[in-house]
Design a protein around this ligand. Structure first.
Ligand code: PEP
Length: 250
């Protein structure tokens, strides 16, 4: 099986001003993370440029939390992949459940955003996950298969390995509830099976777990064979906690 470099992404959502971003990075970069893992910070748009400047010549990358699928046009308030790349952004979170829930992000838009990100040379981190109702109804796999097939429908099989998938059960995001290691492994292995069935090099795809990851539960989640890192929300706002999560992967 190919080695997959673990990836840790800090999703700050709508937290931290530019000043707070710089202060976080001063702390975080004073004790640089383990070089065997890839680490990206995903701050609000306004902090992308300052974060890129602070992370220059360090192993830490910077990713955006969203982008529009078109390159330019009459889309007030939106930002495109080429604009992010011009700034020096490395990747982009796509399809986060908060964007699906509060901003009507559709699978149709994601089917265009994922290839648009790749075409611009941004690494997409595509989020998928089931609601609590879907899990209780035994529909977790159905929901995930539907999201994956729809959101990746614009890609050739050979492009799948360039996409990062983040499994984020909605009921675990920002709730303090975490999937058990059994649940996380079962779903991440299922995601890999779906990717394999689409004809992609599924063993090369990095699959992250996200949902209330913190220093206390990181080690058991990151030891799972199909979990290749974490997408971290709340706990990534604290430099020490985020560093502790990354260290837990060792
Ligand atoms: C997220 O927003 O992607 C997330 C996983 O949040 P939290 O870690 O706070 O649950």
């Amino acid at each position: 099986m190919p080695d997959r470099t673990p990836l840790f992404a800090a999703n700050w959502k709508m937290h931290k001003t530019v000043e707070e971003t710089e202060s976080f990075l001063d702390d975080f970069l004073s004790n640089p993370p383990d070089p065997v893992a890839d680490v990206v910070i995903c701050p609000p748009y306004l902090s992308l440029g300052p974060a890129i400047a602070r992370c220059a010549d360090t192993p830490v990358g910077v990713a955006a939390q969203n982008m529009h699928e078109e390159q330019e046009g009459a889309f007030t308030g939106e930002v495109s992949a080429p604009m992010l790349v011009e700034l020096g952004v490395d990747g982009v979170i796509l399809g986060h459940s908060e964007r699906r829930q509060y901003f009507a992000e559709t699978d149709e838009a994601l089917a265009r955003k994922v290839p648009a990100a790749l075409a611009a040379d941004l690494e997409p981190i595509l989020c998928v996950g089931e609601s609590e109702e879907a899990r209780d109804a035994g529909e977790t796999e159905e929901v995930l298969e539907r999201q994956l097939q729809a959101d990746l429908s614009g890609l050739e099989a050979g492009q799948i390995e360039n996409v990062v998938i983040a499994y984020e059960p909605i009921w675990a995001i920002g709730t303090g509830r975490t999937a058990t290691p059994e649940q996380a492994q079962e779903v991440c292995a299922f995601i890999r099976d779906v990717l394999r069935a689409r004809g992609g090099a599924a063993d090369r795809v990095r699959i992250l777990y996200g949902g209330s990851v913190k220093p206390a539960n990181a080690a058991e989640l990151l030891a799972l064979p199909d979990v290749d890192g974490a997408l971290v929300g709340g706990a990534s706002l604290d430099a020490e906690d985020f560093a502790a999560i990354i260290e837990a992967a060792d």
